[in-house]
Design a protein around this ligand. Structure first.
Ligand code: RET
Length: 271
């Protein structure tokens, strides 16, 4: 009994289910090498992006520096979670909770950093940021019960739809609300970059729910393509990983280039 306790404890989530040895198998995918490589790639990219944003902070004027600090936090948090996912997957265990813990921490930061470089007044930022953070938190928190619900279940659809409503709310604020208006109305190089970041955001956020649907082999969309359960698992893991690299590291680079352009146009020179 004791030996069993020890091994199951070492194997992570399976300890919760001590009457089922089957729970100890990890994630079954059609292409474990590809999933392994995607998780490894994301770990490396996000880890080095964390270092890059950290060492680049002093190139940015103090007023916009917190945006780059947030990018470093986002990539650092994500590198940790990807490292956990990568090593778990390699050892044959899996815990989808890592992804959602990661998103819960990073998605609010992603929206907050956009507000910092958006050029809205302090008063508007103070009003809009908490709303965006709450919207982002609710989007992730309501997505999780759907993600872990049985494939093809009503629960998965309903939670996914609720999460989608919060996503639409956040995107509405960033496209048509006060921040959205600020993002599309500015002139020059900064204006162009702000406009680009809106589309990067729309694209990267928009693909997560698509992978959520494709990850369920019983969904209408997965059936059209004819995905098996193992193929759906590969698609969702590789899809989420690629999206995370874009939404965190690449988006962070664009945010940093806006912060840099603003710093330079205001005459800031790095020491
Ligand atoms: C879920 C559940 C199904 C419905 C929707 C979802 C949206 C997820 C999004 C995640 C964005 C994550 C980012 C991470 C980067 O660091 C949760 C898959 C709408 C939009 C930007």
């Amino acid at each position: 009994m004791r030996a069993y306790y020890e091994t199951s404890r070492l194997r992570g989530p399976s300890w919760r289910n001590n009457d089922s040895m089957e729970e100890m198998t990890g994630l079954v995918t059609s292409n474990p090498d590809l999933v392994y490589n995607a998780l490894s790639f994301a770990t490396a990219t996000l880890g080095i992006a964390f270092v890059y944003f950290l060492v680049s902070r002093n190139r940015i004027a103090p007023a916009y520096r917190s945006a780059v600090t947030m990018s470093a936090m986002i990539c650092g948090i994500a590198a940790y979670h990807y490292w956990r996912m990568f090593t778990n997957f390699a050892e044959g265990t899996w815990n989808e909770g890592y992804r959602y813990a990661d998103w819960l921490l990073t998605v609010p930061l992603l929206v907050a950093e956009l507000v910092v470089v958006s050029g809205v007044s302090k008063a508007v930022a103070k009003k809009v940021t908490p709303r965006l953070i709450v919207g982002a938190l609710l989007m992730i928190a309501t997505g999780y019960p759907g993600e872990v619900a049985a494939h093809g279940s009503t629960e998965r659809t309903v939670w996914g739809a609720i999460s989608g409503l919060f996503m639409l709310y956040v995107l509405y604020e960033l496209f048509a609300g006060e921040v959205g208006k600020a993002l599309k109305s500015q002139a020059g190089e900064v204006g162009k970059k702000l406009n680009n970041v809106r589309y990067l955001l729309l694209f990267t956020w928009g693909i997560y729910p698509i992978f959520y649907i494709l990850g369920d082999e019983k969904s209408w969309l997965a059936k059209q393509i004819g995905l098996s359960v193992e193929e759906a698992a590969t698609v969702i893991q590789v899809g989420y990983s690629a999206s995370d690299v874009l939404a965190k590291a690449a988006y962070g680079l664009v945010i940093m280039s806006i912060a840099l352009a603003r710093s330079e146009s205001e005459g800031y020179r790095a020491a």
